[in-house]
Design a protein around this ligand. Structure first.
Ligand code: CP
Ligand code: NVA
Length: 312
């Protein structure tokens, strides 16, 4: 098959790469695609299309959700890692991008710096999707928003409490808040704050900073957190364990939130570190729906990037 794109190439490198209207379309498509999946209704719009998945960091959910999702849409996948390709032997990113994008229709990359995925996209003739970088994790936030909407309806005007590291997830929550009109209550240990410039925000209107994680949770509609040490930062693990000791989402924090507040975590989780077992395994937690929804929203995203606005 030719990898010549049928549509103008759109990349999904950060949350702000799509408009609010396009997210509304994607959430509606994800719901329909999920409905078909649940009743084994065949939906194969991507027959003969190939997704290349490039992993420079470990993954369970991202790998399974993209791979299973692409097969369910009738397409196929190629899985590459740094260790088993020339990516680990210093082939220039631009050369890898030119070659891989001539043989496939779509590329998903999990890597370190955002600059790497941006460079790949610059030389790719097919759409590139961010499967996590040090700076952003847009597919995860899309799944989190879809999960919130499924359980509670529209997110506009709501409050999301972020308890923990000012990392790729926090940055992406902030981009989503700015675009979709909700507020993030941010509480990070000193030295691990969000950098507004890295998050790529136009202003600081979409977030409020709290020294106390408990105060950040007060009145929140959703409480969410993430690992204390993200991939690529393992050398800081011991220092982070000390700095983050008070940033564990527990039942006291959940009780400060709205009575019907949800708890989310992108996973993998460390019970007893960033979240207590009774919260993540408790009645307000929707982490398993959240993980499953990665697949449904990404199927909607792949459909959109390859076929445009579909209404099947
Ligand atoms: N949440 C998430 O991206 O999980 P993986 O690291 O397992 O892909
Ligand atoms: N912030 C975490 C998310 C893992 C899905 C990391 O980057 O490792």
């Amino acid at each position: 098959m030719s990898a010549a794109p049928l549509l103008p190439v759109r990349h999904y490198l950060q949350f702000g790469d799509l408009s609010a209207d396009e997210y509304a379309h994607l959430f509606a498509r994800a719901a329909e695609i999920k409905r078909k999946f649940k009743i084994y209704e065949k939906y194969h719009p991507l027959v003969d299309r190939t997704l290349a998945m490039i992993f420079e960091k470990a993954s369970t959910r991202t790998r399974v959700s993209f791979e299973a999702g692409m097969y369910q849409l009738g397409g196929s996948v190629v899985h590459l890692t740094t260790g088993d390709s020339q990516l680990g032997r210093a082939e220039p990113i631009e050369d890898s991008a030119r070659v891989i994008s001539r043989m496939t229709d779509l590329v998903m990359i999990r890597t370190y710096g955002q600059d790497k995925i941006e460079k790949f996209a610059q030389y790719s003739r097919v759409p590139v999707i961010n499967g996590l970088t040090n700076e952003f994790h847009p597919c995860q936030i899309m799944a989190d928003l879809f999960t919130f909407i499924e359980h509670r309806g529209a997110i506009a005007g709501k409050v999301v409490a972020w308890v923990g590291d000012g990392n790729n997830m926090a940055n992406t929550w902030l981009q989503a808040a700015e675009l979709l009109g909700f507020t993030v209550h941010l509480s990070t240990p000193s030295g691990y704050e969000v950098d507004q410039a890295v998050a790529g925000l136009r202003s600081s209107a979409c977030f409020k900073v709290f020294e106390s994680p408990l105060e950040a949770c007060r009145g929140a509609d959703l409480v969410t957190t993430d690992v204390w040490t993200s991939m690529g930062y393992e050398a800081e693990n011991e220092a982070r364990k000390k700095a983050f000791a008070d940033w564990c989402v527990d039942t006291t924090m959940m009780q400060a939130a709205q009575p019907d507040a949800l708890f989310m975590h992108c996973l993998p989780a460390h019970r007893g570190e960033e979240v207590s077992a009774d919260v993540i395994d408790g009645p307000q937690s929707v982490v398993w729906d959240e993980a499953e929804n990665r697949m449904h929203v990404q199927k909607a995203l792949m459909e959109f990037l390859l076929l445009g606005r579909v209404n099947a």
